[in-house]
Design a binder for this molecule. Structure first.
Ligand code: GNR
Ligand code: NI
Length: 169
């Protein structure tokens, strides 16, 4: 097992659209294990393969307080979305930035599990937000790209300042 490097916004590789998985092989199992180790170490409640520079349609989430309910979604699709929620989001690829993003409140997702079998799941609250956030990563979208130009510009300025402060130390 290994901890993978998480790409940081504004890395252009985060804008890659991920490809569907055609077979759930041992290579995919190993990737999911490494993604889980990376997510728990971060720590985060979700991770998309895109963030570790693997452009395959795989996300994992664990929003449980005990951090013992890992779920993998391969080729996830939202089959139903209702209501509106705006929840403060953060992202392991944009450390230290938290902003409200508008999402569907309730979703029904269809995907393949790590065992290759299809399943459907209904989600609300943080789990729903997290699945939508991870699925955006697979389409090459980082949550800050959903904000207004002004907010995004301010975030970019803050990130650049932080980098120059780090380099000056
Ligand atoms: O760890 C994470 N927390 C989080 C909080 C609110 C909404 C979304 C998230 S996902 C994030 C991990 C991450 O960056 N996944 O892509
Ligand atoms: Ni993220």
């Amino acid at each position: 097992m290994s901890i993978l490097t998480i790409l940081l916004y504004p890395d252009k590789r985060l804008n890659t659209v991920a490809e569907p998985v055609h077979a759930v092989t041992e290579e995919i199992h190993n990737l999911i294990k490494d993604m889980a180790e990376t997510m728990y170490a971060a720590p985060g409640v979700g991770l998309a393969a895109t963030q570790v520079n693997v452009h395959k349609r795989i996300i994992i989430i664990d929003t449980s307080p005990a951090r013992d309910k890992l779920r993998a979604f391969i080729n996830p699709e939202i089959v139903e979305a209702t209501g509106v929620s705006d929840c403060e989001e953060g992202c392991l690829s944009v450390p230290g930035v938290y902003e409200k993003v508008q999402r569907a409140q309730h979703i029904r997702v269809r995907a393949l599990g790590a065992d290759g079998a299809p399943f459907e799941l209904e989600a609300d609250g943080l789990e729903s937000v997290c699945i939508q956030h991870e699925m955006d990563h697979l389409d090459g979208k980082v949550f800050v790209e959903k904000l207004s130009r002004l907010k995004r510009q301010r975030i970019l300025t803050r990130i650049k300042k932080r980098h120059s402060d780090e380099n000056a130390r």
